[in-house]
Ligand binder design. Sequence first.
Ligand SMILES: O=P(O)(O)OC[C@@H](O)[C@@H](O)c1c[nH]c2ccccc12
Length: 260
Amino acid sequence: MNILDKIVADKRKEVALKKELIPTSQLEASVLFERDCISLADKLRASNTGIIAEHKRRSPSKSVINQSLNVQDVAKGYEEAGVCGMSVLTDGKYFGGSLDDLILARAAVKMPLLRKEFIIDPYQLIEAKAFGADVILLIAAILSRDEIKMLSETAKNLGLDVLLEVHNEEELQKSIMPSLDMLGVNNRNLKTFDVSLDISKTLSEKIPNDFVKVSESGISNIEAIKELQPYGYKGFLIGENFMKTDNPGKSATAFIKELQ
Ligand SMILES: O=P(O)(O)OC[C@@H](O)[C@@H](O)c1c[nH]c2ccccc12
């Protein structure tokens, strides 16, 4: 079993248990469930920097990145830096995140928040909305076309933006459908952890222009962004490069200043 299979197997158990403990009716009663989402896709279209900054404490590929920060300080720092949105990892076992991180970030900032999660069940979309997300991630490597369709349409009905992540052409071809807002190319292979910006470059021309193109992972300097912009990328998802510093907001501020 590769790491992605393990994460998904654990996620299925976690979601089954949660469904027994917290019914959707309870999630739908949350004040945040009524909140109007802010579109990340719109923000990216209007921006000339397009940074989506991530809150990530640890990961299976890098183990510990930063365990000592307060998620609300990180969120405020990113917002002040002028990022287009923030990605909040909510997986606990492999990334050290939680839904509490999401709701705390929501309380601290107004910018669009992406729930970064391994989504396999519509229950997690209702959770995302109830905990203050504006955007959800769907990962083509772990979903069939029918599942992508059902989950993305459900998310759209909840008012959420959808970012669909692919890593190769086959995943891209099976995924293209009108219920997606953004297409993300993950430069990191989630099965082997190999990283290469060439993945974004090669796949860019196969992505129809009606989707906002996002390049994800392994971006650690301005040069990488300058290299990717001519391929039509409007969004850049950056985690470790900011999170490995003592002050991710300050790092993001310097990064965006240099990029402008
Ligand atoms: O820390 P990086 O290399 O800048 O990567 C951020 C983000 O792209 C990465 O965390 C990510 C991309 N897709 C994912 C899916 C699940 C978990 C994590 C991810």
